[in-house]
Ligand binder design. Structure first.
Ligand SMILES: Cc1cc2nc3c(=O)[nH]c(=O)nc-3n(C[C@H](O)[C@H](O)[C@H](O)COP(=O)(O)OP(=O)(O)OC[C@H]3O[C@@H](n4cnc5c(N)ncnc54)[C@H](O)[C@@H]3O)c2cc1C
Length: 411
């Protein structure tokens, strides 16, 4: 009997995994990729080093409208199985801080090289420069119209990614293919991305870096917080804790509500303790100007901005700064509050929050509940992960699940 055909649309992390697994489970597989080569985004991951999974894959690291949905695929290809899969391909894992796993080579390109080799070695037909334009189903057969011709298959996996990083090929095309069959979309927004802030002085402090704490608030309510290296930029703020909080900010803004960012330059210090310290410092440095009295305590580029915000004249003698001004400065140092005007756009985002509504997808097979034989994998689905290898793990696990299910359906 002739092998049945599975077509995979999108040759990113999820599509490559789905193609390989579908092939291993006996299907004849065609992988259709829009770019001249597969896996362009993989090369950019982990700053070129590819943080491909994490030792701690607790479900709490995955997000979406219904995060438990992710468990179905994550338990079909676990973290340990992912490490074994890549070891088998030649990728020796190396653990770094916070359980992050990178290839020992330190090169994202090595992950892509072994995947490309394996896919071709095991007989997957890879067709590049093939942008899928439409997908239709007639009887038991799907027809995919692409810029490189028409392809038929009994089962199809859509793994076209979300909208993050359109420069790598993911421009949200898969949403339209799925919507054409009646799938619902949870409005996508950029995540793991820098925040834009409303403040007139940003250009003056752009480039200032510090280890601090950041938190997102809705009115008086603390919603989420993170610590680490923070960087002011001319549009707002960046750094790992900011990227980690960007999803929360995006979610609040998607509800058309105001999100506030509070930044502490002195993490884990109480405002009252800082005020007492400043009072003592201003007494001891009393003959100096307010501006000079803070040199050695606060980054010099921040001093004029903070003093202005606290209503303190730069040239005022430190001894003359009153308690109200000191309290205002202490508040700024421990909870500098900014209105978030938005996030940077898709080009800067590492991941897409939102995507295909999981209510229309079976969590165990990643099959469409609307169209038999249609499967989804990767970032196109309304699941995203924290920074730290979680998004690629989702791509591997969901690619594995969808590839396996598609092969079993087709054969
Ligand atoms: C700069 C950057 C760094 C990152 N670093 C990490 C990291 O270190 N660790 C981590 O876990 N995650 C990281 N991520 C996130 C991770 O890369 C993605 O979540 C993951 O690659 C998503 O895989 P995917 O296969 O679902 O989608 P994608 O990788 O986006 O692949 C989708 C593929 O489909 C193709 N395609 C799109 N439309 C069509 C069409 N119409 N026809 C045919 N093909 C199409 C695209 O060209 C693309 O090749 C990073 C992301 C970025 C942008």
């Amino acid at each position: 009997m002739a092998e049945k055909r599975v077509a995979i649309i999108g040759g990113g992390a999820a599509g490559l995994m789905a193609a390989l697994v579908a092939r291993r489970f006996g299907a004849q597989v065609t992988l259709l990729e829009k770019n001249p080569r597969v896996g362009k985004k993989l090369l950019a991951t982990g700053n070129g080093r590819c943080n491909f999974t994490n030792m701690d894959l607790d479900l709490g690291h995955f997000h979406g409208t219904r995060p438990p949905f992710a468990q179905g695929a994550l338990s079909q290809l676990t973290g340990a199985q992912t490490l074994a899969f890549f070891r088998d391909l030649g990728i020796e894992p190396r653990e770094e801080e916070a359980g992050k796993i990178f290839p020992a080579s330190g090169q994202a390109s090595s992950v892509l090289d072994v995947l490309r080799y394996q896919v071709e070695h095991e007989g997957v037909e890879v067709v590049c420069d093939a942008t899928a334009k439409s997908l239709i189903k007639n009887g038991d057969e799907f027809t995919i119209h692409t810029s490189a011709g028409t392809f038929n298959a009994q089962a199809v996996v859509i793994a076209t990614g979300g909208k993050a990083g359109p420069q790598f090929g993911s421009t949200g095309d898969g949403y339209n293919l799925a919507i054409s069959f009646g799938h619902r979309l949870v409005e996508p927004f950029p995540a793991l991305v820098q925040l834009r802030l409303k403040a007139p002085f940003l250009k003056g402090i752009a480039g200032v870096k510090f280890v601090g704490q950041a938190s997102i608030h809705q009115g008086h309510l603390l919603i989420n917080q993170a610590e680490g290296e923070i960087l002011f930029t001319n549009y707002g703020i960046s750094g790992p804790p900011i990227l980690a909080l960007s999803r929360t900010a995006g979610e609040i803004q998607a509800q058309h509500k105001e999100a506030l960012l509070k930044v502490s330059l002195l993490p884990n210090q109480q405002t009252t303790d800082v005020a007492q310290y400043l009072e003592r410092r201003f007494r001891e440095q009393g003959t100096k100007t307010a501006e000079f009295s803070l040199v050695g305590f606060i980054n010099k580029r921040l001093i004029p901005v903070l003093l202005k915000e606290a209503n303190i004249e730069l040239k005022e003698k430190a001894a003359r700064i009153n308690t109200i001004q000191t309290a205002a400065l202490a508040k700024l140092l421990t909870a500098w509050t900014f209105t978030i005007t938005g996030t940077n756009g898709w080009t800067a985002a590492q991941v897409t929050a939102g995507g295909l509504d999981v209510r229309d997808i079976d969590s165990q097979t990643l099959g469409s509940r609307l169209v038999p034989g249609l499967y989804f994998a990767g970032e196109i689905i309304d699941i995203d992960g924290d920074c730290g290898g979680y998004n690629l793990q989702w791509a591997w696990s969901s690619g594995f699940t969808a590839g396996l299910s598609a092969a079993l359906y087709a054969t």
